[in-house]
Structure formats: structure tokens, C-alpha cells
Design a protein around this ligand. Sequence first.
Ligand code: SF4
Length: 338
Amino acid sequence: MTDQPLLSVRDFRLEFDTFDGVYRAIDGVNFDLIPGESLGIVGETGCGKSVTAKSILGLVPTPPARVVSGQILYNGEDLLTVGEERLRALRGVEIAMIFQDPMTYLNPVFTIGQQLVDVILAHQRWRPSEQRLNRAQARDHAIDMLSRVHLPNPERQLDAYPHQLSGGMRQRVLIAQALSGNPRLLIADEPTTALDVTIQAQILDLIAELMGEFDLSVILISHDLGVVASLCQRVVVMYAGQVVEDASVTRLFSEPGHPYTQGLLKAVPHPGRAASTLSGIPGTLPNLYDPPAGCRFQSRCAHAMPMCTTVPPLYAVADGQRVACHLHAPEASRAGVA
Ligand code: SF4
């Protein structure tokens, strides 16, 4: 692993123009992804994690969305300004994405083979002419990809329609499709949410295996800290369109720094923990049409203090952990404002 980021999201701000006003979905998001790293982005529904991930590939329609500021640097190239033609060349070949419900992203009237071969052929446009695959070679590549995601009888599965496969098998097909262009970065948006728990574990194991095989970096979007812990080395916690904590998985689970992260961890059930010790986070997400001044978590935070009406920066805590909470401000500045 090198320390030079493969992806850097810098001060990214994105708003939606709606009939009800301006919805401030993403507000100053910053994070890096190192080559070979698996990074989890967690947070509750509506926190902006999926919008951030889709923005990397230019998949958020503008309008109604509007990028207000920031950069999304992939290998030093700003994906927010490269234009649609360049994004098309990067999608699938450099950066690929899989989603929550595979059935939504597979066309029910075409066979798995037709869809996989079409995607493989679409990628050929961006390859040097002497390396381009013809249809027969693309079919062989499709069979190879299906066997690499451990789909049984891959050749026979080419003739199957999506409804003939189980949810786990369909997700394997989507992973095969996503990796068929040999990308360097895979973005997985809630890839196991629609699956049974046992199948979830298999899909996460498969992604971990393919990371080594394909030399992949992974961004895993999830609302489930358990899922993130089983695959990722580092976690970014988002709340109301902002990053509130960035830490290694080990550090986040042992020393969560932000009251919101602490609340998320208290809500995770696990064997041996009595149900009576689980607790939710009181309150709801703030209204992002008119977000509060200062810390966006203050209406739900048991530690809120006068200083919290100012925006907390990401304070460096320890071991690369950064926390956007004034509880981590130097003592002197806390005393000064409070
Ligand atoms: Fe709570 Fe203040 Fe920290 Fe926000 S900045 S999480 S309100 S203590």
C-alpha cells in the first residue's frame, strides 16, 4: 500500500434545488482512500453517504443537484470537472459500483449472458485496439468472471434469466459485471442489505477475496457497523451531510470519539449483550433545508454546550482518528468560547 491517495474528496458540497427550497445534502465532506484500502462509510438513512458515493461516478443528476464547491480527485484528476465523456471512460474500467438490490440493476428480459457480454463489449471502446475482445472472447471472459465470483455452472448460468437466480447469485453476477473491466476502485452501496444474513457473510467474504485477486480498493457504504467492521480497515461516519468521525475500525470500536458514533455503537446488537443494554439515539436528523448553525448533532447530543453553536472542525485525536466534536477541542479554546 502507498500513502498516496487513490481518491481524495475535498471540501465537497452538494445541494438539491427543490420546490420546497434548497436541500443542503452534502456539506464540506473530506476523506481519502489509499490504494488497496477498504473504507467504510456509515450513517443513518439520509446522512448523504450514497449521494457522496454516486457523486464520485457522476451519477447524481444535475439538476436538480448542484455542486457548490470541492473536488473529487481520482489519481489527481478532478471527477467533478472532467466531463461526461471522460466519466464514461472511467466507469467500469477504473471505478465500478454495485448496489443494494441486484434485481433493479439487471434487466429481467435479457439473460445473464446477454447483459454481461454487452457490458464487457462496451468496455472495449476504451482499450487499445490490439487488446479489444470480440463477442466470442467477451463470452469466454463472462464465463471466467462468473467462475471467479464462484457462481456454480457459470457456462449454464449465461442462459439464465435474473428471476431464475437467488438474490445472492444475482449479487454475484453484478459483482462479476462490475469487475469485468478490471477496475481499481469498487464502490459497494449497501451490497448486502437485501440479502439473508448467511448470504451477506458470503458476499462480504467474496469482496474481501476479490480485493486481493484484482488489486482493488473498496468503498463500502452501509448503515450497519457490523457489516463495515467485517470488511473495512477504516471508517468514515457521516451525519446530516457531514463527516463527523474518521478512524481505523479498531479505534472506532474501542474509542469512538463522536457522541453520534457512540450512540450508533450502543444500538448494535450482538450475542452476549442483553437487549435491555441496547439504546437508540433520541431525536431525528435535522432539517437540511434549514440546518442548525454549528454542530448538526446538537439537538440530540447529551454533551451539547455553548461552544456547539460554532461548527466543530475535524480535531485530530490519536492514531489517525479525527472527530468533529468540540469535546476534543484543546482545553483552552473550550474555556474561551464557553
Ligand atoms: Fe455534542 Fe457539541 Fe460535540 Fe456536537 S460538538 S457532538 S453538540 S458536544
